[in-house]
Design a protein around this ligand. Structure first.
Ligand code: MEV
Length: 305
């Protein structure tokens, strides 16, 4: 069986969501594909290489198999993975690979798991690998769409386009989440207030986003989103998850009229930007590696039998 699951972008609220604050997150039109066939032992192949169960080289896939074994006893599986989502870029490739593998295992071995079962297993895998996590990435990968988290309130967003610029540095989620946790432990009042402010940003954004027009010019809603992105980026910077390469990209995009912020755990990874059609076009020409992503409605799905 071949299954797939989408990546995601945090529009607002990364890190704060780990502390129960609100975040606005959408699935995107980039997917990870996993093919699972019955086999006598475990074999994993991905762009990272071919291994058996290997918690160093293929941590998310290996833990996904380990967690699946708790609900269905199998002696082996051939798991092949390919992805359109750049790795360690803040676009949810780890959750997408985990969910896609679980979905394909479920279908191949007829385990009859519901979406909620798949989400719960994927959430365990995230905790196995990262230690601390909010479960947002596996939730979005499983269900698709745009959501206010942790309420699980579906948000209708117009067919917007987001520019994505990679900082060229890898974003290691577990490390960044741990670093923020340490800062919060050291200065609970200060960091707590920052998390509360981010929570307010997500709340303010859901009042605005559904009415945004398709990146049109002189759109007052776009103006509000720009301000919120600017504040959110600077709060993320304040808690130490931005890096000079990201700040530079954000400054340049802002000066071109494209509102931007880092997305995901930071420490590297991608910047997202949104602006009117002309500014987006100019920004895309300036950053050669930039690409466009769109919100995606569909979550994990079977591609073929
Ligand atoms: C990572 O994509 C988002 C973080 O908020 C971590 C998490 O929610 O588990 C940084």
């Amino acid at each position: 069986m071949r299954a797939s699951a989408p990546g995601k972008i945090f529009l607002f609220g990364e890190h704060a969501v780990v502390y129960g604050k609100r975040a606005l997150v959408t699935a995107i039109n980039l997917r990870c594909f996993a093919e699972v066939r019955k086999r006598y032992d475990f074999r994993i192949s991905s762009p990272l290489g071919i291994t058996g169960l290997d918690f160093e080289k293929h941590p998310y896939i290996s833990y996904a198999i380990k967690r699946f074994l708790e609900v269905r006893k199998i002696s082996g599986a051939d798991v092949q993975v390919e992805s359109q989502i750049p790795i360690a870029s803040g676009l949810g490739s780890s959750a997408a690979v985990t969910v896609a593998v679980l979905k394909a295992l479920d279908a191949e071995y007829e385990a009859n798991l519901s979406n909620e079962d798949i989400y719960e297993l994927a959430r365990q895998v995230e905790l196995d690998v990262q230690g601390i996590a909010s479960g947002t990435d596996p939730f979005i990968s499983t269900y698709g769409g745009c959501w206010l988290i942790p309420e699980r309130k579906p948000i209708t967003i117009p067919s917007l386009e987001f520019l994505v610029v990679d900082s060229g540095k890898k974003s290691i989620t577990g490390e960044m989440v741990k670093r923020v946790a340490e800062l919060k432990e050291k200065f609970p009042g200060v960091v707590g207030e920052i998390m509360d402010a981010i929570d307010e940003i997500s709340q303010a954004a859901i009042a605005t986003i559904p009415q945004m027009k398709l990146n049109s010019k002189l759109n007052s809603k776009l103006d509000s989103i720009s301000s919120l992105m600017f504040i959110n980026q600077n709060l993320l910077r304040a808690i130490g998850v931005s890096i000079p390469e990201i700040d530079e990209i954000v400054d340049q995009l802002n000066s071109m009229g494209v509102a931007s912020k880092l997305t995901g755990a930071g420490g590297g990874g991608c910047v997202i930007g949104i602006g009117d059609v002309e500014s987006m076009k100019r920004a895309k020409e300036k950053f050669k590696s930039a690409f466009i992503v769109k919100p995606e409605k569909e979550g994990a799905r079977i591609e073929e039998e």
